[in-house]
Design a protein around this ligand. Structure first.
Ligand code: SAM
Ligand code: SF4
Length: 324
């Protein structure tokens, strides 16, 4: 049984949010910090187990833990160990703001983590603090080194592109010259709570792409199962530059991911109008067949593309809810 939708897109990649809680205040996500929501309790270890058991049976081989800040969960190492015990999970990744990384990366790696995206929105300490509310750039730079040192296979940096804030390509190029990491510019996306920020700071990734091409960077061939990022390389640089441009034409054609939120809702699109609640079927393994039926039924309504270009942002207030 494989997860393939009406448009022949195949889904082997699950992004699983395990908390909405976060200790940063990124301007485009949680500018006032995380505000606790009454009655929300996040997926338990056992519910996560049922999610993973079911999606791996349906062909998922890559799982990314996200949030909120996933590493704030007290049982984070247990979650990693649980997921890595599934031999069909070939890639176990996280997206993190790095705040818990330095002390813990060794344990995470031992528990099976083999890929990491660290969010660093600027290499200027002043701008970094302005964007994230935290004075932690120096620590995050150490996080990158440490992740490579302990042997994490894939280390990537996520940078949300903001016009006239952090869009000077040269700052990033000099940094990746000798570092075997991929730095990914993510175009700022509009969400229900961030229209003002979006209108002020959105910059198309094509602006960066044109500069890369002018400087001799080459577009890398895509593996048919890789997602929507465009990746550029240059023989003078150890690092690569990735571009995630959700506003570009055909972006959704290569969609290869499904998302389960921290409260157990299946989101077939980051900007969808609805989500399908799976939680009542995550209570014991005898419910697996029913769960599979529900997942397939919801795949049928996965839209061909999002409607961000007409400012239809769907139900998502900010990305801490389903993890970006
Ligand atoms: N807290 C972790 C972190 O920041 O890395 C994981 C969760 S965060 C929601 C996942 C990714 O989404 C981060 O790289 C973040 O920069 C990005 N993100 C959040 N809001 C965004 C927005 N409105 N547009 C584009 N990217 C966004
Ligand atoms: Fe927290 Fe990540 Fe959102 Fe920043 S982007 S506020 S680190 S969840």
């Amino acid at each position: 049984m494989q997860l393939v939708d009406y448009y022949q897109r195949r889904f082997q990649y699950l992004r699983l949010s395990i908390t909405e809680l976060c200790n940063f205040q990124c301007q485009y996500c949680l500018p006032y910090g995380y505000q606790s929501k009454k009655g929300h309790n996040f997926l338990s270890l056992s519910e996560i187990d049922h999610v993973v058991a079911t999606f791996t049976e349906l062909g998922v081989s890559k799982i990314r833990l996200t949030g909120g800040e996933p590493t704030l969960r007290r049982d984070f190492v247990d979650i990693l160990s649980l997921i890595s015990s599934y031999s069909s999970v070939k890639e176990l990744a996280i997206t993190t703001n790095g705040s818990r990384l330095l002390k813990n990366i060794h344990h995470w790696h031992q528990a099976g983590l083999n890929a990491i995206n660290i969010s660093i929105d600027s290499f200027s300490p002043h701008l970094f603090k302005l964007i994230t509310g935290q004075d932690k750039l120096k620590e995050l730079m150490q996080c990158v080194e440490k992740s490579l040192e302990v042997g994490i296979k894939k280390v990537k940096i996520n940078t949300v592109l903001m016009k006239s804030m952090n869009d000077n390509l040269d700052d990033y190029l000099s940094w990746i010259k000798d570092k075997p990491v991929e730095l990914r510019f993510i175009e700022l996306m509009e969400t229900g709570e961030s229209s003002d920020i979006f209108n002020r700071y959105h910059l198309s990734g094509h602006v960066i792409e044109a500069q890369l091409i002018a400087q001799g960077w080459q577009l890398q061939l895509k593996n048919p199962l890789s997602g929507p990022a465009k990746v550029y390389a240059h023989s003078d640089y150890q690092g690569k530059i990735g571009l995630i441009m959700p506003y570009s034409k055909d972006f959704c054609k290569s969609c290869n991911r499904l998302r389960v939120s921290s409260i157990g809702k299946l989101h077939y699109c980051l900007f969808g109008e609805a989500a399908v609640d799976l939680r009542d079927l995550l209570q014991n393994s005898a419910q697996k067949q029913q769960l599979i039926t529900r997942i397939f039924a919801s795949l049928k309504i996965k839209p061909e593309k999002h409607l961000l270009h007409v400012h239809n942002v769907g139900m998502t207030g900010n990305l801490s809810y389903i993890g970006g």
